[in-house]
Design a protein around this ligand. Sequence first.
Ligand code: ACO
Length: 348
Amino acid sequence: MSPRPTNDHHRSDAAAGRETQATSRRFARIAGTGSHLPPDRVTNQDLVERLARDGIDTSDDWIVERTGIRARHYVQRGVTSSQLGVLAARQALDAAGCTAQDIDLIICATSTPDMVFPSTACLIQRALGVHGCAAFDVQAVCSGFIYALTVADSMIRTGAARRALVIGAEVFSRLLDFSDRTTCVLFGDGAGAVVLEASDQPGVVASRLHADSRHVDILNVPGQIAYGEIVGSPLLKMEGQAVFKLAVSVLDQCAHEVLSLAGREPQSIDWLIPHQANLRIMFGTARKLHLPLDKVIVTVDQHGNTSAASIPLALDEGVRSGRIQRGHSLMLEGVGGGFTWGAVLVDY
Ligand code: ACO
């Protein structure tokens, strides 16, 4: 019988995986981070003027006071999540000192995929010029990156993968209803990525994911493509206050859950990297954990809410600014439509 066709790097990875598992505990560590923001920066004042042309009243003061947001980035029409994602991925690969050929798993968290199918992860794989490795999307809205990181961590721990690209990429500007001032001022576009690789040292220390589908209706884009047309609204709608209340309570609970799984205290956290939706929610979570506010990585002021991209964007910003150092303990937390939420504790 002829041997099954295979590819050397996958065979050696699988062998390495078995060996690592047999000889020591296997973890997944962040080897590199990257991010990309589209060049068009839209300030609150830009939005105030744009909305005023349609008779919609908002102000820089309202947006800053209620959300902490001062600016966000929008893509040019036609630019897609995979295009943002691949730029973030390339930066993460450079930072990790590896190439796309070294990757055996690509997971992209997005709610704004380029197409119904194939997945954005497959399109990113193609843009990276590689083929053969597993590639799929995760859809958990603003918790998407936390979900994707947890899946990649699990696959690395079991030996199913050795080195993963985990990407959050979004073009939320194309879902916004610019006649609804309560939502359109909040969101932006961007992408962030990490290379997660097998290691005998943590890495990801603990993680937890949750969803509560009783709250499907408080945050959604209900439209679908069916029978050659869009059925239902293709624009985002949100009951802001209901989301706010849920977010504050579940983020606190989940952080404690993950700390307890890891056997650690809140004081051990060097950096809290929450989903960047609203500064009041982020600082509220820090206060509940008795963390000083200068331990929170904040990018919402400059990026707005970039959904699944917000946490890896903030992580990369913290790393590149030199604040996040090797050995630091990071609490990553996400919350979003579904309702979904989760947290990952990482020793960077
Ligand atoms: N400019 C000026 N006034 C505004 C604007 C605006 N852009 N938007 C709303 N208002 C007005 C409202 O009309 C209301 O006026 P009224 O009192 O005369 O009726 C007033 O401001 C207060 O509105 P609220 O909705 O009560 O404002 P709130 O303080 O709750 O802030 C916000 C709204 C920012 C949306 C907040 O509720 C929030 O951040 N929610 C959570 C969002 C979030 O965390 N999302 C995460 C997940 S996102 C995802 O998964 C895709």
